[in-house]
Design a protein around this ligand. Structure first.
Ligand code: UFG
Length: 337
């Protein structure tokens, strides 16, 4: 198939492009490189039929050209800004990139007759679910508590409204991810954010000596060890879910799936696993809570398992971290190294 991957130079999007190329699909990456890495595109080039368009989603002329020139049949939409804290400071940029960006893309798809859309949504659309909704099913009320979550939730509404009008002329699936971690098993792609705010890469940078310490954001949560609990899903499993969903999309479909392993790990458990995997007892400091962090978020992934037969193959935190560690060891300076 001919697939447009927006954000294909980013961490998750590049792993999607890798899998699609490996499966023999023709891939067009559409990325403005504001957050993505040219090095990821370069690593993908030898692997198959890849075209790279460096442009913003607001650039309708480039979007229309990419969709028609490459006879795109399905879009996987990853391009987004994804820092919760930053979204509070510069909310309009989040609505511009995430909401208006998706609108521009959808309008271009309609104009060019492309009718299948796989959307990278987030568990942040659930906000801070009450304890009776943990683990989180897709029926949990979506009440985001930050602009990032809201900027993505509006897109889900937009897709549903468009489907209502277009009927069998459109199909979409929204994948609500939990915490994505790990790197491609072949060691070609990795995780390289600037700035880095995510727990697993920060642990590994600390193990490499690239950071003096790691701060635990809050040790007084109402959880067994006092630190926040999250559901860490391996990026290869996440992408496997995308491909499974893409293959299953039928005209008129409108679905949402929670993508996680279905179990939570605390911040302390991630630190312990990172120390075990790396063999480095990097220093850790205890600090205050980070604003907007819910105490516990993990998925009930039974809907996607029952409907599509998908479940995570990596369920062991050490294995997930080990796959990331291989890449961080080989690329201590990320794609720049
Ligand atoms: N944490 C620390 N120290 C750090 C970094 C993180 O203690 O230096 C903690 C956080 O407070 C949180 C946990 O580690 O409790 C995980 O934090 P991450 O920043 O790795 O991930 P988040 O859970 O904040 O964010 C993820 C996705 C977002 C998504 C969000 C939904 O990365 O895109 O889940 O809650 F919006």
């Amino acid at each position: 198939m001919n697939v447009l991957v927006t954000g294909g130079a980013g961490y998750i999007g590049s792993h999607a492009a890798l899998r699609l190329l490996t499966d023999g699909h023709a891939v067009t990456i559409f990325d403005d490189l504001s957050r993505g890495n040219r090095g990821a595109v370069d690593a993908l080039r030898p692997l198959g039929d890849l075209c790279f368009v460096e442009a913003e989603l607001g650039d309708r002329a480039q979007l229309d050209k990419a969709l028609t020139d490459r006879s795109i049949e399905v879009v996987m939409h990853f391009a987004a800004k994804a820092y919760v804290g930053e979204s509070v400071e510069i909310p309009l940029q989040y609505y511009r990139a995430n909401t208006a960006g998706a609108l521009s893309l959808l309008e271009a798809m309609v104009a060019c007759g492309v009718d299948r859309f796989v959307f990278s949504s987030t568990c942040a659309t659930y906000g801070e679910p009450p304890p009776e909704h943990i683990p989180i099913t897709e029926r949990c009320p979506q009440r985001p508590v930050n602009p990032y979550g809201r900027s993505k939730l509006v897109v889900e509404h937009m897709l549903r409204d468009h489907l209502h009008a277009a009927g069998d002329g459109f199909a979409f699936a929204a994948l609500r991810y939990f915490n994505v971690a790990g790197c491609d098993a072949g060691g070609r792609l990795g995780e390289d954010h600037d700035p880095e705010t995510h727990l697993v890469p920060i642990c590994l940078q600390a193990a490499l000596g690239r950071r003096d310490t790691l701060t635990i954001f809050g040790t007084d949560y109402d959880t067994p060890d006092g630190t926040c609990i999250r559901d860490y899903v391996h990026v290869d499993d996440l992408i496997d879910a995308h491909v499974t969903v893409m293959d299953a999309l039928r005209p008129g479909d409108s679905t949402a799936y929670n993508i996680g392993i279905g179990a939570g790990s605390s911040v302390r458990e991630v630190i312990d696993a990172s120390r075990r995997v790396t063999g480095v007892r990097f220093p850790v400091t205890e600090g205050p809570r980070r604003a907007g962090d819910p105490p516990a978020l993990y998925a009930d992934p039974s809907h996607v398992r029952e409907e599509l037969g998908w479940s995570a193959r990596y369920t062991d935190l050490d294995e997930i971290i080990a796959s990331a560690w291989r890449w961080f060891q080989a690329h201590p300076d990320g794609y720049g190294g």
